[in-house]
Design a protein around this ligand. Structure first.
Ligand SMILES: *Cc1c(COP(=O)(O)O)cnc(C)c1O
Length: 354
């Protein structure tokens, strides 16, 4: 076995909720640790999935995801060939690492950020340069530019950033990309962009202007399709063609394609989710202000906050029915903005915790 695999710290997926509930002897357990959609999934998705023709089960799916590709390229005014689909955005991260990183190359990340970027760089035996965020939580673009060397091949920009929730403007991202050498790819992960207050926050249009920017999206968060595993990346034209070469030909199954297509069409559902999230996120920020708990202003569906002995608080909350994300940064917790009732109950628990 490769040494690197034996040394690897794997990504630990969430335990099935029912199993965790049983282990802890809980009647109620709400998962607010994985940034899933607390409002479920559009009812039009259920209808589309139930109407899927089961008799096609023996046939391979459409390897091009033609209908979904058409819808997405039309909405964002892209060339259909610019899009590459993955089994979740997770698989897109794997493909990008595979295409761009050779052993000894360098991938740059802003820290803290989503751990999978570094994990897959390690699998490719690349080295990782970490540039800490500024005190405000914003990305240190100047610091990143300075840290670029001949070995740098990829730079990840998670926007809004997981776990801080902070956002960078398209103007700032464009200024950055314009200064990055053309042979260094800037990867913009927009998993949470739907939750941003600014409606034109996406860097998608830059993929037509620069040869070295990639913009990624997922159906797992605002669209509520985490179980179906559909994500995609938008590339400058000729780059996409090459990334397609490493994609497994039938990676996204038909049911997932049908679900994502229906979800993408139901703009009303997403708009409603975003509106509710906006309102609830604001209440969380007011609460943290009032309680003098340090947090980063979020443009996503989660809030990252600091608490003394945070793991103990998380344990108390878990035994009272709420699972938060621990272990991302010492004494910081990330909570997914939940439904009105759950948020109120969780705030009461934090308030009364001593
Ligand atoms: C959730 C998440 C993903 C992965 O999304 P999937 O499409 O479910 O694989 C990618 N990037 C970030 C920043 C995420 O938080």
């Amino acid at each position: 076995m490769k040494k690197i695999i034996q040394q690897l710290q794997p990504y630990i997926p969430e335990k099935p909720l029912e199993q965790l509930k049983q282990e802890l002897g809980l009647k109620k357990l709400v998962r607010l640790s994985a940034n899933e959609n607390p409002y479920g999934t559009s009812p039009t998705v259920k209808e589309a999935v139930l109407n899927w023709n089961y008799d096609q089960s023996n046939r391979y799916p459409d390897g091009d995801a033609t209908e979904l590709r058409g819808l997405i390229s039309k909405k964002f005014e892209l060339d259909p060939e610019q899009i590459v689909f993955g089994v979740g955005l997770d698989e897109v991260i794997v493909m990008l690492s595979r295409v761009f990183l050779s052993p000894g190359d360098v991938e740059m990340v802003s820290t803290p950020t989503f751990s999978e970027y570094a994990l897959h760089a390690e699998i490719e035996q690349a080295n990782i340069t970490k540039v800490p965020v500024l005190a405000s939580g914003q990305i240190d673009f100047a610091g990143m530019l300075q840290a670029i060397t001949d070995a740098t091949k990829l730079i990840w920009i998670c926007n809004p950033n997981n776990p801080t929730g902070t956002i960078e403007t398209v103007a700032d991202i464009e200024k950055f990309v314009a200064k990055v050498p053309d042979d260094v790819m800037v990867l913009v992960d927009e998993a949470y962009i739907d939750f941003a207050s600014e409606p034109n926050a996406t860097a998608m249009s830059l993929t037509k202007k620069y040869p070295n920017i990639v913009v990624m999206r997922t159906f797992s968060k605002a669209y509520g399709l985490a179980n179906f595993r559909v994500g995609y990346a938008v590339f400058p034209q000729d780059v996409g063609e090459n990334v397609q070469k490493v994609r497994l030909p039938y990676n996204v199954n038909s049911v997932a394609q049908v679900a994502a297509t229906a979800a993408f069409k139901d703009t009303e559902f997403v708009a409603d989710v975003v509106k509710k999230n906006d309102f609830e996120r604001e209440l969380w920020e007011e609460f943290f202000e009032k309680e003098k708990i340090k947090y980063y202003p979020s443009q996503a569906n989660f809030v990252f906050f600091e608490y003394p002995d945070a793991n103990k608080l998380a344990d108390y909350l878990l035994h009272n029915g709420y699972l938060l994300r621990t272990g991302l940064q010492k004494n910081w917790l990330r909570l997914t903005v939940g439904t009105k009732t759950d948020n109120e109950e969780l705030r009461n628990l934090i308030y009364s915790y001593k």
